[in-house]
Design a protein around this ligand. Sequence first.
Ligand SMILES: [Zn+2]
Length: 465
Amino acid sequence: MEKADILLSHALIVTQDAKRTILPESSIVIKDNRIYTIGPSALIDSSFEAETIIDLQGKIVFPGLINTHDHLFQVATKGLGEDMAVQDWVTVVTAPTASNITPEEMYFVCLNGCLELIHSGVTSVIDMNYMAYTFGLHDENIHAIKDSGLRGRYTSIISDYGLMYGVPQSLIRPTDWFIDQYEQLVSKYPPNERMAVWVAVGAPWTVTGEGLDQSLAFSKRTGTPMVMHIGENWVDNHCSLDRFGMNSVPYLEKIGFLRPELLAIHCVTLNDEDIALFVKNDVRVSYNPVSNMYLGSGIPPMMKIQKAGLTIGLGVDGAGSNNSQDMIETLKVAALLQKVAAGDASVVNAQQILDWATLGGAKILGLENEIGSIEIGKIADLFVIAPNSPKVVPIHDPVATLVYSCGQENVEMTIANGKILMKDKIIQHFNEKDIVKKCQDISLDLADRCGSNSKVKRSWKGNTA
Ligand SMILES: [Zn+2]
């Protein structure tokens, strides 16, 4: 008998391989954090002696979902910014939170966000912190992602300009200051497939020309990919026209920002010319439908972007513009929003949505040969749903079941990097109740201190966690 770490047995496996094979009554053997073999349980199970054997009869295994955009610290702002226009929301809620949160608070709110991601089948996250007024905020944000067991890419927004466009003074510093922080970050956290530092620019008009050049030069010199909100709503082109005399995408093309190492977040206002420029430069796109709807930003032309052949991933965005970190919910909303936009239910199917959430995200991370599908030799990043609930049964097509019927409550197990992070819905390496209580206490205190709750109309105040 061959030794193994984990044997997942008797499962229905949605592999997401090139043929989109779905394997009934099959087993996955995990050894040294990788998928060692896959095959019919009747053949495989008797050949392996695994430390952990889990019977997944009646359950469905999917590749881990990849959350390509988040602002984890915004977990602290959940429930503060409802029904606000975006500029108000930044000024009143998210900016004061970013400028007042302590490193310890950062750790617990980010960790709480990561736990919810694990509950919704996520195994990788690309996070975007705002400006960190003290280096410890970078450290604790990164520590939270690392400790959670998720694969992470950490960024912090560079902004040296933009007061007249509403960028709060508290988030602005000279670019040299940001680049110095990034130099320290990259040397303190050298990149590996588990955790790496990337570079973030909030939007093109929030950085001086010189700052943009410096940011791009840093990204190229250190080989760190870049993320940027592009065309989140009408404001992006409005400010770009005002400042540069052209829309943001043509401007970014002109200054050399469009390239495969750029992940463009949102892309709501992309027109045909913008999409052509993205295709020319192979820019990657993150689609965040819940946030786009929550903030009233608009509908990104994802089907045009897909038809153009661009790489697309899904994101939940920060909890401040979502109110949760629920990737399962995002799958459904991602599909529904495109159907509404097209006035045609056939415009996107469940398989396409799962492809974006797995294979697309893996390509954005540059890890398409390592994650994104359940195949022999790949890293064991996967999650299991127990579909035996009134909300979900009957199951005719497991992919449609996941996208349209499942909720976070159906996710029973999540494995990232070959480690079981959650089993029977129980987080394995943290006392979840303690983290939830910490997050509640910290967030109320922080909101009181920084006034981010000044526009909350309810008089209720208390602690229920
Ligand atoms: Zn964002």
